[in-house]
Write a protein that binds this ligand. Structure first.
Ligand code: ACO
Length: 441
């Protein structure tokens, strides 16, 4: 039987029966050679292709059909809208846990007991300060209107130059130390980038505050600032929701750069660079700009028509490579938005967002393509209501995602099947030809 729906070049013959084996057999029609390999959890080894013909490659732009690693950190079922960290559903973690506890879970595989959590919190708290020269010699050198994400990406890489022991990636004690430093110092770097960009003096970490409380304090403290516990909790929930999301663009960048045995600061900086792109973590910035541009609920239908026609760009905050269902993080964030608005007052863009969501979810274009709100659709509204400038949104994403990157970095280094990342290409350029002297061109 011939079946459509896949690549236009594919000929698919379906011969399934009731007692089908969990194997796949691939035949090279040029040679008649056949290999049969097991399918485990829906995956078969690409080495089967190598066995068939070492000069044969799979063409898979954007790794759409490629599992590049084994990972025990995060489970994602995009069709069912399921996200679990180390087996724990994101909904339960967001309700009952804290970011630092989730960070411990991601890094260590298990939830900490009371003693372990206390030790971890103390360790993180005692590593929040950065070297004075990071600020005075490095950050102060940026142009006055530098984008905070550009500063942050550079600052993460620069931070590594203060720790020469970071190169010892084969030493577990050194790895653990860098992980601690990176997790602990991200809020300090982030708030420093913000304060520089608005011309405010740097606020030093306050070790008496919680992880999110300290961050909010470093961001906003002028005179008698007190952290509102409801905003502190909302910030922590947002950190939990952004902590990891398996092999996304940023985490893949972390693994690719880490596979060359670069130090974790350089690798995290690369991951942050990937995260900064507008199709990835930069989308929350795009959502708020888009909502402001729409301007009024009445303009939503016309905007949707523009998106569908291809003239108006994409509907930012909608769609996901893996989720073909409601992103579970978007559901939690939508609820958190209302909690924040109780403190800050409603973000006026919320009504436009709700109307946009409702219109899109009932429109055949979005239904047929399984496009649902993703994590970025509502997060920008919360950040804006909390007073964060749009240019800080992706930085806010990078603070908690650092622990996800580091958990994957650790896993990568321990994985005996991994080597330096080095995909192959399908060459499509000119054939060999002789150099043409300038006078003859
Ligand atoms: N608005 C309108 N149409 C869309 C959107 C969107 N947001 N997303 C996908 N589509 C359409 C595409 O035009 C395409 O239509 P076609 O089949 O008629 O050509 C179809 O849906 C499939 O799109 P792809 O680009 O193939 O999907 P892909 O999996 O490569 O892209 C992505 C996923 C990048 C997230 C995409 O949905 C997008 O650009 N969304 C907007 C940006 C965004 O919100 N990014 C944040 C993602 S979450 C995160 O990174 C934290």
């Amino acid at each position: 039987m011939l079946s459509g729906g896949a690549s236009p070049h594919a000929i698919i013959r379906v011969t399934s029966g009731s007692n089908v084996p969990d194997t796949i057999t691939i035949t090279d029609d040029r040679t008649g050679k056949t290999v049969t390999v097991p399918i485990t959890d829906g995956v078969f080894p690409a080495s089967a292709i190598r066995d068939l013909d070492p000069a044969l490659y799979i063409y898979d732009p954007a790794y759409m059909q490629t599992a590049a690693c084994k990972s025990a950190i995060t489970y994602l079922d995009g069709d069912a809208g399921i996200l679990r960290h180390r087996g724990y559903p994101i909904e339960q973690l967001a309700e009952h846990s804290t970011y630092l506890e989730v960070a411990y879970l991601l890094l260590n595989g298990e939830l900490p007991d009371a003693v372990q959590l206390d030790r971890w919190k103390t360790d993180v708290t005692q590593h929040t300060f950065i070297h004075e020269n990071m600020r005075k010699r490095f950050v102060d050198g940026f142009h006055y209107d530098a984008h905070p994400m550009g500063m942050f990406i550079s600052a993460v890489a620069a931070l590594g130059t203060f720790y020469n022991d970071a190169k010892n990636i084969d030493d577990k004690a050194s790895r653990d130390k860098q992980i601690l430093r990176l997790v602990a110092k991200m809020p300090t770097l982030a708030s420093m980038c913000h304060r520089f960009s608005v011309g405010l003096p740097f606020v030093y970490p306050d070790n008496d505050l919680s992880f999110p409380g300290n961050f909010l304090n470093m961001m906003w403290k002028i005179g008698d600032y007190q952290v509102d516990p409801r905003l502190e909790r909302a910030m922590d929930v947002l950190f939990i929701l952004h902590a990891d999301h398996e092999q996304n663009c940023g985490t893949t960048a972390m693994r690719v750069v880490g596979s060359s045995h670069a130090d974790p600061y350089t690798s995290c900086s690369a991951a942050a660079s990937a995260l900064g792109g507008p199709l990835h973590g930069g989308a929350n910035e795009g959502v708020v700009r888009m909502l402001a541009e729409i301007g009024h609920m009445d303009n939503v239908p016309a905007f949707i028509e523009e998106v569908k026609s291809g003239k108006g760009g994409r509907l930012m905050g909608f769609g996901h490579r893996v989720y073909k269902n409601y992103d579970p993080r978007a559901t939690i964030i939508k609820k958190a938005a209302y909690d924040v608005f109780e403190v800050t007052g409603k973000n006026p863009l919320l009504d436009i967002a709700l109307k946009l969501e409702e219109t899109a979810l009932n429109d055949e274009y979005f239904i047929s393509r399984k496009l649902y709100p993703n994590v970025d659709f509502y997060s920008g509204l919360i950040y804006q209501a909390m007073g964060f400038p749009i240019s800080m949104f992706t930085v806010l994403f990078a603070i908690p995602r650092t622990v996800g990157w580091l958990a994957h970095w650790q896993e990568l280094l321990a994985d005996k099947e991994q080597k330096i990342s080095r995909p192959r290409q399908w060459y499509s350029g000119a054939d060999a030809r002789d150099y043409v002297p300038m006078a003859s061109r």
